[in-house]
Design a protein around this ligand. Structure first.
Ligand code: ADP
Length: 179
């Protein structure tokens, strides 16, 4: 566990659809109409009303974030953000877009009064963003966000990792940045 100002940063191994945080983040695609991986799992657990609601939103650009109710999920809200599809020839652009996905999701959570939020490892599945590189960007972005927003109402931010390899990558990146 790390702390930046009044906010705890934690890492868990598990399934984000079971998170009881105020908001969970969905690694969505730009249509917001569902997909595989964590997106599919969130839509299955939330029920068909989530898809119907998302269909009214007109999609979402990469790195931006849109909020919906959580419907049947334990979380009150889902914050949908399409991360970048990794491209080695546009690596720095991908880094900036991944940073935007985390930063804008935190801003949207804050605007909606959330105290707790859970993130999956955005872009490191089907979108093939290199895991260690992503984890370092996430640590840097959390530091940047909470340094810029010392009065944040977010009390806890959790990375929910679906496998041990992902957990280890975030544990190492957070230890290097925060300890
Ligand atoms: P992307 O398209 O952004 O790469 P994916 O869903 O393919 O998104 O993968 C992002 C991460 O989410 C991967 O580490 C994957 O193992 C993980 N993941 C898949 N299902 C879940 C879940 N139910 N809870 C948390 N993480 C999940």
């Amino acid at each position: 566990m790390a702390r930046i100002g009044g906010t705890e940063i934690t890492i868990e191994l598990g399934d984000i659809t079971r998170s009881t945080t105020d908001a969970i983040v969905n690694a969505a695609n730009c249509t917001l109409l569902g997909g595989g991986g964590v997106d599919g799992a969130i839509h299955r657990a939330a029920g068909v009303k989530l898809l119907a609601y998302c269909a009214t939103l007109g999609g979402c650009r990469t790195g931006e974030a849109k909020i919906t109710p959580g419907f049947k999920l334990p979380a009150k809200y889902v914050i949908h953000t399409p991360g970048p599809v990794w491209s080695k020839s546009h690596a720095e652009r991908c880094d900036a877009l991944l940073r935007n996905s985390y930063f804008n999701s935190l801003s949207v959570a804050e605007e909606n009064g959330c105290k707790t939020i859970a993130f999956p490892s955005i872009s490191t599945g089907i979108y093939h963003f290199p895991l260690e590189r992503a984890a370092a960007i996430v640590a840097k972005t959390f530091a940047e966000y909470f340094t810029a927003n010392p009065e944040s109402c977010l009390e806890r931010v959790t990375m929910v990792c679906f496998d041990a390899n992902t957990y280890s990558a975030y544990e190492k990146a957070f230890a290097e940045r925060f300890d």
